[in-house]
Design a protein around this ligand. Structure first.
Ligand code: DI6
Ligand code: FE
Length: 421
């Protein structure tokens, strides 16, 4: 468990008197009871029991932090969000509470289309300003890495605008942002009834421009009866492959389109939602190492009853991640901790699985497994101090935030309590 720091390493900081949930597999939470963390230049250089702290961590030049016996986990990773958007869809929630279905709202010009109209109309700065409070809410709960999708612009200029806003959020706020191009989210009005022409336009014009501008870390699509067919999704994936960008997929949310197997065929980082995932889809994901990203907020908000096949995923050893799916239509939440609780209550996951789902496995769903998601030598020094008695408390509470402080790249960036460490 102990990290190995070369003897010559100059340590900047040591955190001691901590209970570490390293999330390194092998033991529950990878716990180290009386632990210490060594940091140099924003990276973790040593993790282990305080009693075995190497000499490099005891030099007078090293800044010492006492965690006060608190639990420390890796910084949380929200690996699936649509948090950059303009407007508000509260009225659609009212419609649904009056008996109208999500699909009906989508078919009659509401749903994603209404957010597309609002997002197109918003200037870049206004879009940023509307998105900042949502991201800040996530950060207050210990999120240090977030994925943000486009998909409410649906043309070259507005998809790029969304992704530039996502990149700016990563520069302006203490969080690592990974961007995903989701041009194939819905059909824009100007391509009405011409989905294949729209996919051509995305593959030939929009995706190459976005990749050339360095705006996309991944490509995603919404493979669904109200989204795009598997054949259209496959064309997006081929274009992504040509552009050298990894893929992810909104798969099997409302019906089984065999999207997860398609994603696995392209070595997807993740397949997400998966309520209607089949045994064949699970086997394909297991073979390709594709992470299953479950989104209990959308399941809850749509009053879905079809639970994703968690036990079968477990048996097949498919890594399971949990995310907010923060979006105005189906998951208007900015609480990743609430998603932990819902993963346990609604999907029957364990608190340890849920926490792995927002740390180790979420990092993997973004291809960042070597950078974050565990407290391990070599990883970014992104971690959270919690006022909790055990790591399971994080999934236990409903609507309570025990985050004490957040450290990103070695520096304390958020302190939610006035108590001095
Ligand atoms: N699945 C979802 O749950 C969101 N997008 C998607 O492909 C919904 C987005 C919205 O309704 O605005
Ligand atoms: Fe989504």
């Amino acid at each position: 468990m102990s990290g190995s720091a070369p003897a010559s390493t100059h340590w900047d900081t040591v955190w001691t008197h901590a209970r570490l949930a390293t999330m390194v597999p092998g033991t529950p939470y990878g716990a180290i009871d009386d632990g210490a963390l060594g940091i140099a230049a924003g990276r973790i250089v040593w993790v282990g029991p305080r009693a075995t702290l190497p000499a490099a961590g005891k030099r007078p030049s090293v800044t010492l932090h006492d965690a006060g016996g608190r639990w420390i986990t890796p910084g949380l990773v929200d690996c699936h969000t649509h948090l950059v958007y303009a407007g508000n869809r509260a009225h659609e929630f009212e419609q649904r509470c009056n008996g109208v279905s999500y699909e009906e709202i989508a078919r009659t010009g509401g749903g994603i289309a209404s957010t597309v109209a609002a997002t197109r109309a918003a200037a870049e700065d206004a879009l940023l300003a509307q998105s900042v409070p949502r991201l800040e809410a996530l950060l207050r709960e210990g999120v240090t890495t977030v994925e943000i999708k486009s998909g409410y612009g649906l043309d070259a200029a507005n998809e790029a605008k969304m992704l530039r806003v996502a990149r700016r959020l990563g520069r302006d706020l203490p969080v690592t942002v990974r961007t995903t191009f989701l041009g194939a989210h819905a059909l824009p009005p100007e391509f009405s009834a011409r989905p294949d022409d729209y996919i051509d336009f995305l593959c030939e014009t929009v995706l190459p421009a976005i990749v050339a501008a360095g705006l996309a870390d991944a490509v995603d699509a919404f493979c669904e009866t109200i989204g795009f067919t598997p054949a259209q999704t496959e064309r997006m994936f081929r274009a992504a492959r040509v552009a050298g960008v990894p893929v992810k997929l909104h798969a099997e949310q409302l019906s089984d389109q065999e999207g997860a197997a398609l994603a696995a065929k392209f070595g997807a980082l993740s397949a997400d939602h998966l309520e209607h995932l089949s045994p064949a889809g699970i086997a394909a994901m297991a073979r390709s190492g594709t992470v299953a990203v479950l989104l209990p907020g959308a399941f809850y908000f749509l009053r879905d009853t079809k639970v994703p096949p968690v036990e079968a995923l477990r048996r097949a050893a498919v890594p399971i991640a949990i995310a907010t799916d923060c979006n105005p239509g189906t998951s208007p939440t900015t609480s990743l901790l609430l998603m932990l609780n819902m993963a346990c209550t609604l999907f029957r996951m364990t608190p340890a699985e849920a926490l792995a789902g927002v740390t180790r496995n979420a990092a993997r769903a973004l291809g960042l497994q070597d950078r974050c998601g565990m407290l391990q030598s070599g990883m970014d020094a992104d971690f959270v101090l919690w006022d909790i008695d055990s790591p399971g408390d994080l999934a236990y509470r409903i609507g309570y935030n025990p985050c004490h402080a957040v450290v990103r790249h070695g520096s304390t960036v958020t302190r939610t309590r006035s108590v001095i460490l």
